[in-house]
Write a protein that binds this ligand. Structure first.
Ligand code: NAD
Length: 253
């Protein structure tokens, strides 16, 4: 029956950036659908652990700085040691730097590309190697952006990284489909989190965004739950390399 295909009971999901914003919302959604959660966090302590364990799921927090690929192997090792397997990876950790393209620094370029694209690739590779070893397939869900489709302003490395995420999602989907691995992405629109705090606080930009948004409101972390559970579940078995917008109609406008 179709609803049973959405059930994630017995699955183990790694979620990066799981302590805040969209990552916290998705970790909770996956746990509500039955998955145990490996939450990778940087500076923000995993205060959603209690909520996830309250649902009867297991939670393992791993502190790791994904600005380098150094922690990648350890994340997989610790997850497998704790829970015996990994079935789902959500590459959500991401940063943004705002500066005019004419002034943009090399540091702002490298910092963003390292977290948003380089670590995302190598963590996907490590997870896919584990999936192949397990022989049971797996799910990789990358967090893209409206700036996977549009140019934006003042955020050149962010746009480059998120456009890269869309392309890489397609490539990995093609290479790993024969192993039973589904690689897809979610492109959130304007979501009210720390990432967008400066534009929420700017009365002019805030009003412009709300006026253009068919849904008439900013998105919330819980708006990510349904689509992440779908992409993590058997219900999306025939979806490969697609980037789904969860954007209140922003791109449709
Ligand atoms: P956020 O700042 O709350 O979340 C970012 C997460 O990434 C944090 O948990 C942070 O700890 C983690 N992170 C950042 N640098 C890290 C590092 N070096 N090592 C490990 N973890 C690191 O903001 P958010 O809006 O929840 O962002 C989550 C994802 O969604 C990001 O990839 C972001 O680009 C993407 N996104 C957000 C929006 C939006 O409107 N908020 C829109 C499109 C895409």
């Amino acid at each position: 029956m179709i609803l049973e295909q959405f059930d994630l009971s017995g699955k183990v999901a790694i979620v990066t950036g799981s302590s805040t914003g969209l990552g916290a919302g998705m970790a909770l959604g996956l746990a509500e659908a039955g998955a145990d959660i490996v939450g990778v966090y940087n500076h923000d302590a995993p205060d959603n652990a209690t909520q996830i364990e309250g649902l009867g799921r297991r939670f393992l927090g791993i502190q790791a700085d994904l600005s380098t690929t150094g922690p990648v192997a350890g994340i997989l090792t610790k997850a497998v040691e704790a829970f015996g397997q990994v079935d789902i990876l959500v590459n959500n950790a991401g940063i943004i730097r705002r500066e005019k393209a004419l002034d943009f620094s090399e540091e702002n370029w490298d910092d963003v590309m390292n977290v948003n694209l380089k670590s995302l690739f190598f963590l996907s590779q490590a997870a896919a190697r584990q999936f192949v070893k397990q022989g049971s397939g797996g799910k990789i869900i990358n967090i893209a952006s409206m700036l996977s489709f549009q140019g934006g302003i003042l955020v050149p490395s962010y746009t480059a990284s998120k456009s890269g995420v869309l392309g890489l999602t397609r490539l990995l989907a093609c290479e790993w489909a024969p192993h039973g691995i589904n690689v897809n992405a979610i492109a959130p629109g304007y979501m009210a989190t720390r990432n967008t705090q400066p534009i929420q606080d700017d009365p002019v930009r805030n009003e412009q965004i709300l006026a253009r948004l068919p849904a008439g409101r900013w998105g919330k972390p819980e708006d990510m739950k349904g689509v992440v559970v779908f992409l993590a579940s058997d219900a999306s078995a025939y979806m490969q390399g697609h980037t789904i917008a969860v954007d209140g109609g922003w791109l449709a406008r």
